[in-house]
Design a binder for this molecule. Structure first.
Ligand SMILES: Cc1ncc(C[n+]2csc(CCOP(=O)(O)OP(=O)(O)O)c2C)c(N)n1
Ligand SMILES: O=C1C[C@@H](O)[C@H](O)[C@@H](O)C1=O
Ligand SMILES: [Mg+2]
Length: 643
């Protein structure tokens, strides 16, 4: 047996360089690059290996470990999971910073390879700097926190363990039913240890992403169910995009006259203008999709996890005859809602069912309903896009903080409503521009009102809805698709939480555009608490008031444009529609990253449409409004599905 003497870290880098995937006959390298923040836990091990011979891996420098792992996730999401990045941290706090990003990737089924440094396997210098020391179990380190949020977790405590660890890492990273964060912990002593690795460990490996076919029996069950139904509704989930199944879904919808609604991950698989595309469904859905969903007698979920936002906490599908059909590569997700299951790749599953349905000449019974619902929504959309702040103004979310609108206007002199800004952006951005988002009021607004004109231009992380994903993932999307303009739409709360990788975008000369919606609040949470009878508590960004001792002083003015300009970002301050137009037109000409600081009046995001969200409202309170909200929740809960 031929062997090569290398350190564990060197072997790891060499191995990563030899991983390929094959999908629909096309082969490509699987690992594009590695994000690094070096510390004593990884610099002289993995850092040394990367300095000496990174192979084809692009070595990036991150600013915050969570941020850089989000960049990697954004990259893989935009690549539809066909290519990934790794991220390596030092031991302790650097590793802990990546845990949130691991969870984000896992909740969204996006592959990311995390390589946190770990404490000494030999334990001899213990406790090393940044070692927690759990006295009841010395095998525990910070990195055990990744177990809860990784799809595969391993620790390489001996050099020879690297081989099975990495082969299993690849198994999971390339498994469409089970992918997510893979964490391989690398004790800092082991990273530098030498071992005679067999040459065959480094041979070129091609991992085929197979299209799991549907069984004949499952297709038969699906056809039997569909043919008994008059008003089916397709739900296009993220799986449609990852399996490149958009054409099959479109053909299925057209052949059988079945409308389709979108989840956050599935949106933009098919352009908004398609006559059967109803747009976003569920809690953050629009009027068209939610009207049709209420009446549907069959819901066909393709590649969707059926989260509480998609099902409106299991209240959306109200037809007493409604049944569910799931087409999902994951058995776990296919089993939801007592569905008839087709455990298969989305494309081959849809094609197989379509072939049989065609034989029997199936057509749904819809006549004008789809067109009518879309027209109704279009009218509402036009209204939302034209809302202006003027005399007697009532915000979309009225009756909560009406007086704050005036205060906000006096402070900022901005008369912009969030829905009008979104309408204008919808017109101004290039059709192939990618829009990235994750948290706050914007995902709901975007799922409702954003109208993707080109496929795969909507990039929303709403599996974990992790504040801080937005700027980082925009960079990941840009690295994945360098020829497209990438815009991240982000609230002031999310921006303040994490935007460090904006500097990385400058460093890498990868231009991203940050459209920052500053409403001086955790706006959507303020809406939520007030809709449940609470006051405005801890969610507006106000100074502590010396008289009351509470956070009810004046609004905190922040000049985000000025702060980003200091990084070398080209910035704009926007308070009017004209300024917004000028800013976007100028931003398009820039070569560097841009930030557009848009002051948007609070409470001017969209509200819900024929939908509901189950939350844990207090069942005991002195406040009548909270008692009332708790009663209302209880009443609805009694009427809806329990699982
Ligand atoms: C990491 C993280 N922490 C907390 C939350 C809970 N959360 C969701 S939205 C939100 C406020 C978002 O505020 P902002 O970004 O300003 O958006 P807005 O709702 O004002 O549009 C919070 C705190 C979250 N989603 N992610
Ligand atoms: O709690 C939340 C409420 C949602 O409206 C928001 O989009 C999401 O970010 C969240 O965490
Ligand atoms: Mg805000």
């Amino acid at each position: 047996m031929k062997t090569i003497r290398m350190t564990v870290a060197q072997a790891l880098v060499k191995f990563l360089n030899n991983q390929y995937i094959e999908f629909d006959g096309k082969e490509q390298k699987f690992v594009h690059g590695i994000f690094t923040i070096f510390g004593h836990g990884n610099v002289v091990g993995l850092g040394q290996a990367l300095e000496e011979d990174p192979g084809d891996l692009v070595v990036y420098q991150g600013r915050n470990e969570q941020g850089m792992a989000h960049v990697a996730t954004g990259f893989a999401k935009q690549k539809h999971r066909k290519q990934i990045c790794a991220a390596t941290s030092s031991v302790g706090p650097g590793a802990a910073n990546m845990v949130t990003a691991a969870a984000t990737a896992t909740a969204n089924n996006i592959p990311v390879l995390l390589l946190p440094g770990d404490t000494f396997a030999t334990r001899q210098p213990d406790p090393v700097l940044q070692q927690v020391e759990q006295t009841h179990d010395l095998t525990i380190s910070t990195n055990d926190a990744f177990r809860a949020v990784s799809k595969y977790w391993d620790r390489v405590s001996r050099p020879e363990q690297l081989m099975t660890a990495m082969i299993n890492a690849m198994r999971v990273l390339t498994d469409p039913a089970n992918t997510g964060a893979v964490t391989i912990c690398l004790p800092q002593d082991v990273q530098g240890e030498a071992y005679d690795y067999p040459e065959y460990f480094f041979k070129k490996r091609v991992h085929r992403i197979e299209r799991r076919p549907a069984t004949v029996e499952a297709v038969k069950d699906a056809v039997e169910l569909i043919k008994s139904k008059k008003k089916p509704l397709l739900i296009c989930g993220g799986g449609v995009r990852y399996s490149e199944a958009a054409d099959s879904l479109k053909a299925f919808a057209e052949k059988f006259n079945i409308p389709f609604a979108e989840t956050q991950a599935g949106k933009s698989a098919i352009e908004w203008t398609h006559p059967l595309n109803l747009g976003g469904v569920g809690t953050t859905g629009n009027l068209a999709a939610n009207i049709i969903a209420k009446d549907a007698d069959l819901v066909i979920g393709v590649g969707t996890r059926f989260t509480d936002f998609t099902t409106a906490s299991k209240s959306q599908f109200q037809n007493p005859e409604v049944d569910f059909l799931t087409i999902n590569i994951s058995e776990y997700h296919a089993y939801k809602l007592d569905a008839t299951k087709v455990v298969a790749d989305a494309k081959v599953g849809l094609d197989a069912i379509a072939a049989e349905l065609e034989k029997i000449g199936y057509k749904s019974a819809y006549t004008e309903e789809i067109k009518d619902a879309k027209e109704k929504w279009q009218k509402e959309l036009d209204r939302l896009f034209s809302i202006e702040y003027k005399e007697g103004f009532k915000p979309e979310i009225a009756g909560h903080l009406d007086e704050v609108i005036e205060e906000f206007y006096d402070d900022t002199k901005s008369c912009l409503t969030q829905t009008r800004v979104l309408g204008e952006l919808d017109k101004l951005l290039d059709d192939d521009a990618i829009v990235v988002g994750a948290a706050g009021s914007l995902p709901g607004d975007l799922q409702r009102v954003w109208c993707p004109k080109k496929p795969n231009t909507y990039h929303m992380e709403y599996g974990y809805s992790c504040m801080g994903y937005e700027v980082a993932a925009a960079l990941g999307a840009k690295i994945a698709e360098p020829d497209k303009e990438v815009y991240t739409f982000i609230g002031d709360g999310s921006y303040l939480m994490l935007h460090s990788e904006l500097v990385t975008s400058i460093q890498e000369n990868k231009k991203i555009n940050v459209v920052l919606f500053d409403n001086m609040a955790f706006g959507c949470i303020n809406n939520l608490q007030m809709s449940q009878g609470m006051g405005s508590f801890g969610t507006e960004f106000r100074f502590r008031n010396e008289e009351t001792g509470k956070l009810d002083g004046k609004l905190i003015p922040i000049d985000y444009a000025m702060s980003a300009a200091a990084y070398g970002v080209k910035t704009y301050k926007v308070k009017t529609i004209e300024e917004l137009r000028e800013a976007i037109l100028d931003a398009k000409k820039q070569k560097v990253s841009t930030l557009i600081d848009v002051k948007v009046l609070p409470k001017t995001m969209t509200g819900g449409y024929e939908s509901w969200w189950r939350v844990g409202t207090a069942q005991v309170s002195k406040k009548e409004s909270i008692q009332e909200a708790a009663r209302a929740i209880k009443e609805t809960v009694e009427k809806i599905r329990q699982y």
